[in-house]
Design a protein around this ligand. Structure first.
Ligand SMILES: Cc1cc2nc3c(=O)[nH]c(=O)nc-3n(C[C@H](O)[C@H](O)[C@H](O)COP(=O)(O)OP(=O)(O)OC[C@H]3O[C@@H](n4cnc5c(N)ncnc54)[C@H](O)[C@@H]3O)c2cc1C
Length: 413
């Protein structure tokens, strides 16, 4: 059986890996110059720049079926966060993951004692779940993250100072209007495993998946322009004037491109970010994520990545990622200037040298409450045509890999 996979993101790569492992002949067509889609790492002056601030949860149930965790040489963040508000700073532990840090945390003004107990309660509500993704399988009533937190009794101050920037960073939506299914699933991931990056950058996840394919299976810089249709079925694809025949085609692009190529209904809305990269003189805040609890922040969250993995920077040097959820329309100079302005308030003695930035207008498909139930299936109504991508499950590494796996199994029947 010959299968064409359109797109070498995590969904397409996982799909191709599963198909190949079961004996199918696979050809992957990728529009860009590399594999990984949204999960790639670039190197500049010896610094490792992931395409946006991304992390991996070692508890992800599906991705661990396809990845060799040991070979990725994971480096872990510390649980909890350092919360900045203006020039004030407080350390919040994660009471579920790091109970020993609960006592010093009680001194923090950002969370009351009752909040902490309720966070433990929130963990207890989410931990018994067994869904393998945040989406359809993760049943139960679906409201916004904000409503869910309020109904759990957490104070507005705690929500604003921790959950807004923390979940704003995970969902790229600080308004917390994303589905509470995403909160419930990721809270369980946070509580039951480690939050990590591969020592050599997030792109290693994609590279490892691609290593299951032969180089000749993957055609880079080869955008698929149209699907070839005949007698009501899809029989292949066309790339810049050339036609390629197959028994099945899996469209594994982002949702809007999949909608354009197939004519099927796919989610249209998205959320994005700009990731700013700075060399710093060292911030001494260890491996915790840094959160901005200001009412009108520019930087939402930041991390000194070279503390998490020393390989992210040349020896003895320091690399900071800072994420803004606003300002996609600002000039590069303005983005980098405003980033330093925010972070210098937190670390007035540190020095910052801009290394660059990455604009990611299409970061994740938007996931308002209720969206997961109506997402497209992997099998379409057109014979020979299948869909893979985060948008059939949930926006995450785990969700996109689950989608790729399911699409492959549908193709194989
Ligand atoms: C900034 C950011 C932060 C995130 N944070 C996290 C996180 O911390 N943890 C987590 O689990 N997830 C996170 N995610 C989500 C996760 O990265 C995505 O859900 C996942 O990578 C999507 O994979 P995909 O294969 O569905 O799509 P994509 O990665 O978009 O892959 C689609 C591929 O199709 C290619 N393509 C498009 N059109 C064509 C065409 N016509 N012909 C051929 N190829 C084409 C594209 O070039 C691309 O390579 C984050 C995403 C972003 C962007």
């Amino acid at each position: 059986m010959r299968v064409i996979v359109v797109g070498a993101g995590l969904a397409g790569l996982t799909c191709a890996k599963v198909l190949k492992g079961r004996g199918a002949e696979v050809a992957v067509f990728e529009a860009s110059d590399g594999v990984g889609g949204r999960v790639r790492t670039d190197e500049r002056e010896g610094f490792l720049l992931d395409r946006g601030f991304q992390v991996y949860f070692t508890s992800y149930p599906v991705s661990k079926r396809h990845l060799d965790h040991g070979a990725l040489d994971f480096r872990a963040f510390d649980p909890g966060a350092v919360v900045h508000r203006g020039s004030e700073r407080s350390v919040l532990s994660d009471p579920v993951r790091d109970p020993k840090a609960l006592v010093p945390t009680l001194l923090s003004e950002d969370a009351t004692f009752a909040d902490k107990l309720r966070t433990v309660g929130l963990g207890a509500r989410t931990l018994p779940g067994s869904a393998t993704s945040a989406g359809r399988e993760n049943g139960g009533a679906d409201v916004s993250i904000l409503e869910y937190l309020r109904s759990s009794g957490l104070s507005e101050r705690y929500i604003d100072s921790f959950f807004r920037p923390f979940y704003g960073g995970i969902t790229l939506n600080r308004a917390l209007t994303t589905s509470s299914r995403v909160l419930r699933f990721t809270f369980r991931m946070l509580a039951t495993g480690r939050t990590v990056v591969p020592a050599l950058g997030m792109g290693e996840i994609s590279n490892q998946l691609a290593s299951h394919l032969a180089e000749s299976d993957v055609h880079l810089n080869t955008p698929v322009e149209t699907l070839l249709r005949e007698d009501g079925r899809v029989r292949g694809v066309a790339t810049s004037g050339r036609e390629h025949e197959a028994d099945a085609v899996v469209v594994a692009t982002d949702a809007p491109t999949a909608g354009d190529l197939t004519g099927d209904e796919t989610p249209k809305e998205s959320v994005g970010e700009v990731c700013l990269y700075y060399e710093t003189s060292g911030l001494d805040d260890g491996r915790k994520i840094l959160l901005n609890a200001d009412d009108a922040p520019f930087v939402n969250n930041a991390s000194e990545m070279s503390n998490v993995s020393e390989k992210y920077a040349p020896e003895g040097r320091h690399l900071l990622y800072a994420v803004t959820l606003a300002g996609l329309d600002l000039s590069d100079e303005e983005l980098l200037r405003r980033g330093v302005e925010d972070i210098s308030r937190w670390y007035p003695d540190a020095e910052f040298r801009p290394l660059g930035l990455r604009r990611i207008p299409y970061g994740q498909f938007a996931q308002p409450p209720g969206i997961h139930e109506g997402l497209p299936d992997n099998r379409t109504e057109t014979l020979g045509l299948f869909l893979a991508g985060e948008y059939t499950e949930d926006s995450s590494i785990n969700g996109s890999m689950l989608s790729g796996e399911k699409a492959a199994l549908e193709v194989l029947g």
